[in-house]
Ligand binder design. Structure first.
Ligand SMILES: [Zn+2]
Length: 257
């Protein structure tokens, strides 16, 4: 099967023509509506077969950015329902050791409770992941994303913030601490740009989360502003820059679009 962000379909997971691996590498990949629409090729690969252990170039290249985002959404649904099939990491490691064909590059926070691969049921080789407090971007992040998309073929750039983010709270509170001061300065424009009725303090989690969302939006815009390489790919619809906010309480990843 294709990979999925993938492995074998879980009991009760989508059945029917497109059933199979729902993960990116295997299973998510196959069950995506667009993947199903792709028809014969994917169906042939998956029909009656065990899921592949890692995304192949062919599988990745057949997916659109929208397919990939749909698989990530399904992966998060599996995570929060607790119905993820057991993942064979060693099989994924062996399958991906000689090459990688990740479908996306993520920019997410270092928060220990928000590992993108876990909360979206992703496997080895499925995505690149840049992690930095407050999911802020700089030249090194832009360069990593350009490598991921232009050189390695990833089709989605996903900026993912999360609720109750400590870095966002620090930016709101104007915290100063060593090198953290400069990092928080990158979030401060989002604090200023957040329209909010009510108490604008780090004690008000509604405000904190509104700033986190704005921070993702501004970072998405910054990526397209500062990277001509990614802007060009996006204008050709070869990639899609997307945003999301992970809710620590509900375990749901809220995709902006
Ligand atoms: Zn955070």
């Amino acid at each position: 099967m294709a990979k999925s962000i993938g492995r074998p379909a879980a009991p009760g997971e989508a059945s029917g023509a497109a059933a199979g691996c729902g993960r990116l590498s295997r299973r998510g990949f196959l069950t995506a509506p667009a993947a199903a629409a792709a028809g014969g090729l994917l169906g042939g690969l998956f029909a009656g077969a065990a899921c592949a252990d890692a995304l192949t170039r062919d599988q990745r290249d057949k997916m659109t950015p929208e397919d990939i985002l749909a698989l990530m959404k399904r992966g998060n649904e599996r995570f929060r329902k607790g119905d993820e099939p057991k993942r064979d990491y060693l099989a994924e490691q062996k399958a991906s050791a000689k090459g990688q064909y990740p479908a996306a590059v993520l920019l997410s926070c270092v928060d220990s409770r928000a590992p993108a691969e876990v909360i979206m049921d992703l496997g080895l080789g499925d995505v690149f992941n840049c992690r930095v407090a407050g999911n802020v971007a700089n030249e090194d992040i832009f360069g990593s994303m350009e490598f991921a998309c232009k050189v390695a073929g990833a089709k989605v750039v996903l900026v993912m913030g999360h609720t109750a983010c400590g870095a966002v709270k620090g930016a709101i509170d104007d915290v100063e601490l060593g090198n953290l001061t400069g990092l928080l300065a990158k979030i401060r424009p989002a604090v200023k740009a957040t329209a909010f009725e009510g108490e604008r303090s780090s004690k008000n989690l509604a405000f904190v989360d509104a700033v986190a969302r704005k921070n993702v939006e501004l970072t998405m815009a910054l990526i397209l502003e500062k990277s001509g390489v990614l802007r060009d790919l996006a204008s050709k619809r070869a990639i899609k820059v997307a945003g999301a906010l992970y809710n620590l309480e509900s375990a749901a990843v809220d995709f902006f679009a």
